[in-house]
Design a protein around this ligand. Structure first.
Ligand code: BJW
Ligand code: ZN
Length: 246
């Protein structure tokens, strides 16, 4: 349970499924559609260039949905893990801010933050929690050009320092937890493979099997707001027992 007498190094990758129990819509699968569009078709720089108002309507709608959502027991379990494990890294693909709202202190945001806006022309960037946004599309207070959500769209690069820190954590982890992600979107989806290659274990928490499931050491099928707290209660108990014996 412990690794050479120390607590395990744990790296966590979360996706939209961890927030599904809070009422945040996922991207793929049932209930993941917005109007007649696929969210993944709106999450591109090309869509924004073509129709910024449509893309902003999508983000404005999501901001309103997310503003009404609260962290669920899976988010809270990760806060407790961060407080107990000395080497713990939380990496999320989510832009909803629910990990921070739950109380997680260090969160590596791979795909940005829906509550930050930035200018398409100058260096302006700010936190903006206004719902609904007015006007739509919003304009830069410094230069008058279009603002955009500070998120990573398809074809855009992830922040290289953030991704390097995520890679390091997964390479060094004894245990990788992969929670509520379809494991289809790269480069995020490659992270658990780094743990496996380095001799660590993967535990997956999802309502369905994914392309990662066959590589995982265990798959906990079911809503992560139930399966993650249950797994952690048991795992924490075992850790306490092995530490007590020393
Ligand atoms: C539950 C549950 C419950 C439900 N409990 N579970 C290699 C191969 C092929 C393609 C590529 C490749 N490398 C790169 C690419 C291209 C592309 C890509 O990956 N495409 C694939 C789709 C094929 N990647 C990119 O373009 C990335 N950029 C890049 O590679 O840049 C290169 C570059 C370098 C240098 C210069 C320039 C460029 C960027 C990817 C950005 C993704 N952005 C989005 C939008 C973010 C903003 C926003 O939120 O609007 O990120 S798309 C969307 O997908 C969002 C998510 O973070 C991401 C992942 O989705 P996630 O979280 O997995 O959600 P779902 O809905 O897919 O799955 C939910 C899961 O939960 C399901 O499995 C359910 O079963 C489960 N579930 N209820 C537990 N209660
Ligand atoms: Zn500007």
């Amino acid at each position: 349970m412990t690794v050479g007498g120390r607590l395990p190094r744990v790296a966590v990758l979360t996706g939209a499924g961890i927030s599904a129990g809070s009422g945040v819509p996922t991207f793929r699968g049932a209930g993941g559609l917005w109007r007649q569009y696929h969210p993944q078709e709106l999450a591109t720089p090309e869509a924004f260039a073509r129709d910024p108002k449509l893309v902003w309507e999508f983000y404005d709608w999501r901001r309103q949905r997310i503003a009404a959502c609260r962290p669920n027991p899976a988010h809270l379990t990760l806060v407790e893990m961060e407080n107990i494990l000395p080497d713990f890294t939380l990496v999320t693909q989510n832009v909803d801010g629910l990990h921070t709202q739950a109380g997680s202190r260090r969160v590596l945001l791979l795909h940005g933050d829906i509550w930050t806006v930035r200018c398409t022309a100058c260096a302006f960037r700010e936190t903006n929690r206004q719902t609904p946004l007015e006007p739509l599309p919003p304009l830069c207070p410094q230069c008058g050009q279009l603002l955009r959500p500070d998120v990573v769209w398809f074809g855009e690069a992830l922040d290289s320092a953030v991704f390097a820190a995520a890679r390091r954590a997964f390479r060094q982890a004894d245990l990788a937890l992969v929670i509520g992600t379809s494991a289809l979107v790269y480069p995020a989806a490659e992270l658990p493979y780094l743990t496996k290659q380095a001799g660590g274990q993967i535990l997956e928490f999802n309502t369905e099997r994914t392309p990662l499931s066959s590589l995982a050491d265990a798959v906990f099928l079911g809503p992560s707001e139930e399966t993650l707290p249950a797994w952690w209660a048991e795992y924490r108990h075992q850790l306490e027992r092995t530490m007590d014996r020393r």
